[in-house]
Design a protein around this ligand. Structure first.
Ligand SMILES: [Zn+2]
Length: 416
């Protein structure tokens, strides 16, 4: 078997570690996660890594550099999944990292840094309704209010941690200092179709977008559906419908992306003109500046189409995460890696989805490599990657890791 085939076979083996037989569900601090840790620990040990589980539930491994205790170049991704998941989102990046360490293990002993692998937990946040708890613990941005969160069965996070063999009082020991780390590199499936459309195996991530979410309330007047002539109607739903179409039309070719995922209408009766409609907008762009500019454009347009119908508009922001730029030195190293596979003009892409790197960026520079997935399908059992793309990804990541590690401590390796 080629190394890529080994990685894919390991993804298949991990897919059997599930909380719900018949499909892949592997949530934070469950028996399925423990089973995935046991399998992955075996592969990590085989690759020469010394392994441990930190007090947040992340699985970690380390190979020392030319002397013990040097700062580490961290590789990894996550081992938890969404409900009814595919077998590559997260796991592929962890297992590619293990395979890269296996290739480089003899070289690492001469490097000015150590090499580590982390399999994060709770990237998806499916069990407790949060996300990135594992990477937030590592980045030292843990929030103690999370201990009281409850899963669907009423179990608190604190109890789940104890049941998993963790000591909540020690979660702070999972935190790493900036001086402990050289950088973080993650390989991940693209979860979109851009690489496939561009006929590329790999892409270099420029930024990880942070979503901005706001609620738009359109207020008109509820009246009798039969008795009110059109000139006298102030129909909030028709105004909202125009606004939704405007959102799509405005954003569509802009490079940003927006989704109206919820809409509610009041009073919601078959024979009453809607007096109030409320819809949500999830807006993402490569940079915060582009996203904020698009938000202003959208709100101007929405207000205008509603005003033309005698409707008023109120906007409430309810979620915002900043975009995370990938560090230039890591993007350069990944571009070198992709170029070495024969793709001499690597494709830059911005990540429309969130990733552990958003949290890890609080403590060290982050870089990401995307691997093509079939038809852009993700968060679905039909997720699929090809061995040829994984092979290219392994080669690119190996080159990038070597470049970053061996430049550590030189001017080129100093954190920007
Ligand atoms: Zn993921």
């Amino acid at each position: 078997m080629t190394t890529a085939e080994v990685v894919l076979a390991r993804c298949d083996a991990l897919a059997a570690c599930t909380d719900r037989p018949g499909r892949l569900d592997r949530q934070h601090l469950t028996p399925a996660l423990a089973a995935a840790h046991r399998l992955t620990t075996g592969w990590m040990t085989g690759a020469g890594l010394r392994t441990w589980r930190d007090q947040a539930g992340n699985l970690c491994g380390r190979v020392e550099g030319r002397e013990p205790g040097l700062p580490a170049l961290l590789l990894g991704s996550h081992l938890d999944t969404v409900p009814d998941a595919g077998r590559y989102d997260g796991m592929l990046g962890v297992l590619m990292a293990v395979a890269v360490v296996e290739r480089l293990r003899d070289e690492v002993a001469t490097w000015p840094c150590a090499l580590e692998v982390v399999g994060f937990t709770d990237e998806e946040g499916a069990r407790f309704g949060t996300a990135l708890m594992g990477s937030r613990a590592l980045a030292g941005t843990w929030d103690d209010t999370w201990w009281a969160l409850r899963d669907a069965d009423g179990t608190t996070l604190e109890q789940a941690a104890r049941d998993f063999g963790l000591d909540p009082a020690l979660v702070g020991t999972a935190a790493r200092r900036p001086a402990d780390l050289v950088a973080y590199l993650e390989a991940h499936i693209e979860q979109g179709p851009l690489l496939e459309e561009a006929d590329r195996s790999l892409g270099v991530v420029t930024t990880i977008a942070g979503a901005q979410r706001f609620r738009v309330e359109v207020v008109g007047e509820a009246r009798h559906a039969g008795g009110t002539p059109y000139p006298r109607r102030r129909d909030a739903l028709v105004g909202a419908a125009e606004a939704v179409v405007l959102v799509e039309r405005t954003v569509r070719d802009s490079g940003a992306i927006a989704t109206v995922g919820q809409i509610e209408v009041e009073p919601g009766a078959v024979n009453v003109i809607p007096g109030r409609a409320v819809f949500t907008v999830d807006l993402r762009a490569a940079t915060d500046a582009e996203r904020d500019a698009m938000r202003r454009t959208l709100l101007t347009g929405i207000t205008a189409v509603c005003a033309a119908r005698g409707l008023t508009v109120h906007v409430t922001d309810f979620y915002e995460a900043p975009a995370t730029p990938c560090a230039a030195r890591l993007r350069d190293a990944l571009r070198e890696g992709v170029a070495a596979t024969g793709d001499t003009d690597p494709l830059d892409v911005w990540s429309r989805a969130g990733h552990d790197g958003m949290a890890v960026s609080a403590v060290t520079d982050v870089g990401m490599l995307f691997v093509r997935c079939r038809d852009g399908i993700s968060h679905h059992p039909d997720e699929e990657v090809r061995a040829v793309d994984v092979a290219a990804g392994l080669d690119a990541l190996t080159t990038a890791v070597r470049a970053v590690a061996t430049r550590t401590g030189t001017p080129a390796g100093v954190r920007a």
